[in-house]
Design a protein around this ligand. Structure first.
Ligand code: UD1
Length: 435
């Protein structure tokens, strides 16, 4: 039976592990569902108006269930009539308060700030949590909303924002923050006048959010560029709509990495090559043969991967979320690769786990130097965050013997049946209870 949002799942239990055995070549077809980093934002954006929204291509992941719980606390009910479909109903009676127990579990909870403030004129929320890879401030969200007329109070781990009605403003980011772009966008749709966001983030998930807002009746120009111009419409004039979530490019890259280290050939349906241009260019440089296929891409592994140097950058650069996967691929590639992290300096914690598997990696500040070895060696390891957890599974495929990954609840936050999907293409892995 499909799980109901709000009902805790086995995935939350600490006593599960994924056991991966060295896999032979992978083959067949794997499907990639909608993106976590889009669907959570679409869910938050439904707070802009009452009515019945329908989201499709929704991944079955823990973060969607947590966001549904958060929306329920605010006053929006969520149902899943069938897998992949989410119906959200807002009857117009909202409490613009986001409680600590839910907010601390996902970073994307910050996305309720913009919609609630612009619709209700007031919001109180706990400071957001999320992955444990260093400080994740919200100063850009706050400065942008202040420029639009909001006032903020901070204290006791909470942020409280008020504005009778926001007004348009010219905002230039010094860095194209994904979350800040989304919060300002959703706030600006009801602001009085024109808001211009320069150096806006332009990830595919931002485009998806813009398209969703435009369907609702918002006026946004420059979609897909780094300058977004939003002309505010009357409060309450947006309408509830149906929308299909953009496919998850990070999940797609996970299956790409899996076949890269295991050998073989995979068709990854749902993958949008146009949303993954740079990572596909770099994967080809590593020796993968990648072609467009009907509804997706095919990826064929070389005899041995070649090392490359990689730096993470905002879109269209190589996303920081790909990095644990890329480092894992470099771990078994021929040669030396230098990886530079430009977004989250602390995001190398999983390297110690890869070292336990025999990877030769040294980190220094923002950099990792990866000397490829022919094969990793299975061992117990821990998933520290969503993407690092997925990388551990991929590393297990590249390791002789058995790799046991704990901290599986992190993986479940963003991956829709990673184990089942990999088994479906010939990998040898399973979920087990431990303890
Ligand atoms: C989103 C994604 C995350 C991805 C990241 C970068 C979600 C739920 N998460 O996170 O998976 O890794 O984009 O592609 O969609 N920053 C500030 N002040 C701010 C906002 C951000 O200093 O007010 C800094 C952050 O600390 C970080 C960098 O800017 O160093 C990038 O953050 P941002 O683009 O906002 O990422 P998120 O939206 O948090």
């Amino acid at each position: 039976m499909f799980r109901t949002p709000g009902v805790p799942t086995g995935a939350h239990l600490a006593d599960e592990a994924i056991v991966v055995r060295s896999a032979g070549p992978l083959s067949g077809e794997v499907h990639v569902p909608g993106a976590k980093n889009s669907v959570l934002k679409l869910m938050a954006a439904t707070l802009l108006t009452d009515g019945r929204f329908e989201l499709t291509n929704v991944p079955d992941i823990a973060d969607v269930r947590i966001m549904a719980e958060l929306l329920a606390a605010i006053g929006v009910t969520t149902e899943t009539p069938e897998p992949g479909r989410l119906v959200l109903t807002d009857r117009g009676d909202l409490t613009p308060v986001a409680p600590y127990e839910l907010v601390e579990r996902i970073r994307a909870s910050i996305n309720v700030l913009g919609p609630l403030l612009t619709r209700c004129g007031h919001v109180r929320m706990s400071m957001p949590g999320g992955d444990d890879f260093g400080a994740r401030p919200i100063d850009m969200h706050v400065a942008g909303l202040e420029a639009m007329g909001a006032t903020f109070k901070f204290g006791h781990g909470e942020v409280e924002a008020s504005a009778d009605r926001l007004h348009g403003a010219d905002i230039t980011f010094d860095f194209p923050s994904v979350g800040a772009t989304e919060n300002l966008l959703t706030a600006a749709v009801y602001a009085h006048g024109i808001t211009r966001i320069d150096n806006a983030a332009r990830e595919p998930e931002i485009i998806d959010l813009c398209q969703f807002l435009v369907k609702m009746g918002a006026q946004i120009e420059g979609i897909g560029t780094s300058t977004l111009v939003i002309t505010g419409v009357e409060r309450g004039s947006l309408r509830a709509v149906s929308h299909s979530t953009v496919p998850d490019r990070i999940q797609a890259a996970t299956y790409l990495a899996a076949v890269a280290v295991s050998g073989g050939r995979l068709t990854i349906t749902g993958a949008r090559a146009d949303h993954m241009e740079m990572v596909l260019v770099r994967a080809r440089e590593m020796g993968l043969v990648i072609e467009q296929a009907p509804g997706g891409i095919t990826v064929e592994a070389p005899e041995r991967l070649r090392s490359i140097d990689v730096a993470t950058l905002p879109y269209p650069g190589i996303a920081t979320d790909y990095k644990p996967l890329i480092i894992t691929m470099l771990g078994v590639a021929d040669g030396v690769g230098i990886v530079t992290e430009n977004l989250y300096p602390g995001r190398f914690r999983y390297v110690e786990e890869l070292q336990r598997l025999g990877a030769d990696i040294r980190t220094n500040g923002h950099h990792a130097v990866v000397r490829g070895v022919p094969r990793l060696s299975g061992a117990p390891v821990r998933a520290h965050d969503i993407r690092a957890g997925a990388a551990m599974v991929v590393a297990g495929l590249a390791a002789e013997g058995v790799t046991t990954i704990t901290g599986v609840h992190h993986i479940d936050r963003g991956y829709d049946d990673l184990v089942g999907r990999l088994r479906g293409v010939g990998a040898d892995l399973e979920r087990v209870s431990v303890g």
